[in-house]
Design a protein. Structure first.
Length: 298
């Protein structure tokens, strides 16, 4: 394109900047939008302002033929909708080509979570005789006690831990802070790590990060994923594991023991209660157990 018209690249960059600066979305979320849009425009060889509804329908059909799930197709459509609504608001387009495109129906899969016995095995897996083993135990205890995201864990600094009253100040999605209770057990393991393990890992270096690596740097998402999977193997847990599995376990076990969805929403840092409602299967199972136990005709 020539003249004062924006190139496709410039429109995409402008949209991604909008998500980062004005919407306050995390770098990981913005990168996910970038990948979805890049896949669309790699397949559909049109400038963004020339895309038609038929192009989007053809793309979604092609995605399914390539073996993509309806969940993935729905996610791609969300990215396209946000992009084109942005272009309409910016007056780059008069009509949104995604307006009458229906999202593929998705079956909501239940989040994978651990049983109480599996959690105990996982927590006991690290070798406490090693500096990184004590650190790993503190990390696993923190993830299970708080349900925080792995990005929130790796973003923790020393000043975000209030050991006196037992809470963490967590920076969540969209740069939104929330206070998360820590629990006595996790507090104890963190204090043991701070006193006996963290100085050995730092080897005289200084760091503001709460959890550090053997090289003295802050823990990364990749480090956290690796240690969770490592200790899951040691514990003999055959399920696909990630730090998010502990988040789901935290949520599921809270509901099983009587927590309500609104409280869980606040603890997890969900902006919308509909995100938390994926855990309603736990509520339903609990109601069934109560009914079978107490109703004379059950």
């Amino acid at each position: 394109m020539t003249g004062d018209q924006a190139t496709p690249h410039a429109l995409l960059v402008s949209f991604l900047d909008h998500l980062t600066v004005e919407r306050g979305l995390s770098a990981n979320t913005v990168d996910a939008y970038r990948r979805d849009l890049a896949r669309f425009f790699t397949r559909v060889h049109r400038e963004p302002t020339a895309v038609r509804r038929e192009d989007i329908l053809d793309f979604l059909s092609w995605e399914r033929s390539e073996g993509r799930t309806s969940r993935t197709a729905a996610r791609r459509l969300v990215a396209l909708r946000m992009f084109y609504r942005f272009l309409v608001l910016e007056r780059k387009l008069k009509e949104d080509p995604t307006e009458n495109v229906e999202a593929p129906r998705t079956l909501k899969s239940l989040p994978a979570y651990l049983t109480g016995e599996e959690v105990e095995r996982l927590l006991e897996a690290p070798d406490l005789g090693k500096a990184n083993g004590l650190r790993d135990r503190a990390i696993l205890e923190t993830l299970y006690a708080t349900g925080i995201r792995v990005s929130e864990l790796t973003g923790l600094t020393l000043d975000r831990l209030n050991a006196a009253v037992g809470f963490l100040l967590v920076m969540g999605k969209g740069s939104k802070e929330r206070v998360v209770p820590l629990g006595e057990v996790a507090q104890d393991w963190i204090q043991r790590y701070l006193g006996a393990s963290r100085p050995r890992l730092l080897k005289g270096k200084s760091s503001d990060a709460l959890f550090v690596t053997a090289r003295g740097g802050a823990m990364t998402r990749q480090n956290a994923w690796a240690l969770v999977r490592k200790h899951a193997r040691t514990a003999g847990i055959g399920k696909r594991m990630s730090p998010h599995t502990l988040r789901h376990s935290f949520a599921t076990h809270l509901l099983e023991h009587g927590a309500d969805l609104r409280s869980l929403q606040m603890l997890l840092g969900h902006a919308d209660i509909t995100t938390t409602q994926v855990y309603t299967h736990v509520e339903q199972e609990r109601l069934k157990r109560i009914y079978r136990r107490y109703h004379p005709r059950a």
